[in-house]
Design a protein around this ligand. Structure first.
Ligand code: SF4
Length: 249
């Protein structure tokens, strides 16, 4: 937390949300995280391995390491070395410190602050952390820091916004009457790093759509509807490939 910043209160509804106990029995955690929701959406079986069975991820096979290494080499360029990557990291940090984004606008309410609360009846509490929470006269701004190999398009920012939309539903009660704004600060890992700011309006229809999606995800989890959802990108980096190939339902 930044010195002098007011702590963003953690919202707890553990005692009044019966779905928390269902989640605790199933997964050992009495809440849902965005990471868990995303994992289920990517592949329900991967969710089961990680959150229900609690299995550690397998060490990567030599073929996977080789493939990933080739992929990384293509992405970074064959001339990249540890020294050049260190130099890139230094450039990125310098670019950030020299950008207006490094100066906080408004009043800091919290940094890396925990948030927890009930999104909708019948679904366990959502628990997470917000990178930065600020407010000014009219707005409460929820900021997430990202690094990326390239600039984001407006569509990418919108697609990535679901997590912040859910957090805004929980945080909104803390700043009644203020406009809620989501904000991504994207730092590119390019030769000449740039900082991009993507501001998003929190529209009630988008929040409602995202909450409904989480509701459906939870219904599938609670009914133990787990199945493999193979994809080229998802399976290539999955830590449960062996267990998945042995899965028989
Ligand atoms: S290997 Fe693919 S299908 Fe199997 S659990 Fe992993 S992501 Fe899912």
């Amino acid at each position: 937390m930044i010195a002098g910043a007011e702590l963003f209160p953690v919202i707890t509804t553990t005692s009044t949300n019966p779905a928390n106990e269902v989640a605790r029995v199933l997964t050992g955690r009495d809440y849902l995280s965005w990471s868990a929701i995303s994992t289920f959406r990517t592949c329900p079986l991967k969710y089961w391995f990680r959150y229900v069975a609690g299995m550690p991820e397998e060490s990567a096979s030599s073929a996977l390491v080789f493939g990933t290494g080739i992929h990384a080499a293509i992405q970074f360029g064959s001339t990249e070395t540890r020294a050049s990557l260190d130099a890139l990291a230094a450039k990125m940090l310098t670019a950030f410190l020299n950008s207006p984004a490094a100066s906080v606008q408004g009043r800091v309410l919290g940094v890396e602050e925990e948030i927890r609360g009930t999104l909708v009846e019948g679904v366990p509490d959502l628990y997470g952390r917000i990178d930065l929470v600020t407010e000014d006269e009219d707005r409460l701004v929820l900021t997430d820091f990202k690094t990326s190999r390239a600039k984001w398009s407006p569509e990418q920012a919108e697609d990535a916004g679901e997590q912040l939309l859910l957090y805004s539903k929980l945080a909104g009660d803390l700043a009644p009457g203020k406009k809620l704004v989501t904000r991504f600060l994207v730092l590119t890992k390019t030769k000449d790093p740039v900082i991009e700011e993507h501001l998003g309006e929190v529209r009630p229809d988008r929040v409602a759509r995202t909450v409904t999606s989480v509701e459906r995800v939870w219904k599938a989890i609670a009914s133990e509807n787990f199945y493999p959802a193979p994809s080229v990108i998802g399976c290539a980096s999955c830590g449960y490939r062996q267990a998945c190939s042995e899965w028989r339902g």
